[in-house]
Design a protein around this ligand. Structure first.
Ligand code: G4P
Length: 301
């Protein structure tokens, strides 16, 4: 599969402000009761930040699989089971939907059962729970916090790569520490980098959009060819085309032609990536949980 768009040497996906965020997170850990790491339900493994894992190892942690409305239901259930099997708290939500805040409140209560009981024993049952909210850029942190805090807060400029500081947000019974989105310095595999690019966590302007679209098409050919065929009305033969030819075919079908009848592949690429991100192909999860007993599958929590 062509993955040149994530040329390891040339891409600056870890700008200086992210290093600063990691330091802020480390410094603020002592001020919170629990760390809530938002993951993208379509790529739970690739969106789990190993540096955050390390930093927060000594804290109660809860994993929230957000954007579950865009992901495959059965795989989301498999992921939640996987985290539970690993002894980690995990809940799947769609931060845009009502009810997600209640689900997370319940899960936090479960994670902090012992702490809350201790506080009640000391007559501090009403003490506010302090929650640090972390995650990669674009994972839905602002949406989640707005929903959880139950009031319309000004939406911070938070496209991938746009700097934003930490802030405390007050919710009923909780103080949420909203940290800026953060990636990590070194991706352990090219697949992780490509998955993060597919969902829009790495800035598009440092990527080659045609290569990105071809990578996505190749992955779709492998993971869910029927959704690709359904969306673009492709025959079995067209579905088997190499990614570059497939991109051209899709562009042709959508009438994206330039003079001389050639396909405007850049326009086609933008459309393919946008349609995937907008879930136009249906609900898709790009990775399955590690299987027990498979030697090449390392546990991620
Ligand atoms: P961030 O703070 O982690 O960077 O993420 P933010 O909340 O800004 O969300 C990034 C994008 O993801 C937003 O879309 C937001 O609406 C969308 N989003 C967040 N949670 C969910 C979810 O559970 N399901 C779905 N389907 N989408 C979600 P946007 O197009 O960038 O902005 P907007 O036009 O929706 O405001």
């Amino acid at each position: 599969m062509s993955q040149e768009f994530v040329n390891r040497r040339s891409i600056q996906w870890f700008p200086g402000h992210m290093a600063k965020t990691l330091r802020l997170i480390e410094a603020d850990l002592k001020n919170v009761d629990v760390v809530l790491q938002l993951l993208d339900a379509r790529i739970p493994q690739s969106s789990l930040n190993p540096e955050l894992q390390q930093l927060t190892a000594g804290k109660p942690r809860l994993y929230v699989l957000n954007k579950a409305d865009l992901a495959d239901d059965a795989l989301t259930r498999a992921w939640v089971d996987y985290f539970h099997r690993e002894g980690a708290g995990c809940v799947a939500i769609s931060a845009k939907q009502k009810g997600s805040a209640a689900k997370v409140r319940t899960a936090i209560g479960r994670e902090l059962e012992a702490l809350l009981a201790r506080r009640a024993g000391k007559g501090m049952a009403g003490a506010r729970t302090r929650v640090m909210v972390v995650g990669i850029p674009n994972v839905g942190k602002s949406t989640f916090i707005n929903n959880f805090a139950g009031e319309a807060r000004a939406k911070a400029a938070d496209r991938p790569g746009v700097t934003r500081g930490k802030q405390w947000v007050t919710a009923e019974g909780y103080d949420l520490l909203d940290m800026p989105g953060v990636l990590w310095k070194k991706f352990d595999s090219l697949e992780t980098a490509t998955n993060l690019a597919f969902i829009g966590s790495i800035k598009d302007d440092i990527l080659d959009i045609e290569e990105l679209a071809m990578g996505l098409l190749a992955q779709m050919q492998a993971v869910c060819p029927e959704k690709l065929a359904g969306r673009y009305k492709l025959s079995a033969q067209q579905l088997g085309l190499a990614p570059w030819e497939l991109l051209q075919e899709i562009g042709r079908r959508r009438g994206m032609l330039v003079s001389g009848g050639e396909v405007n592949t850049e326009r086609a690429a933008v459309m393919v990536v946008d349609e995937f991100r907008a879930s136009k192909w249906g609900r898709i999860t790009l990775e399955a949980p590690p299987q027990k007993g498979k030697p090449d599958e390392q546990p991620i929590v």
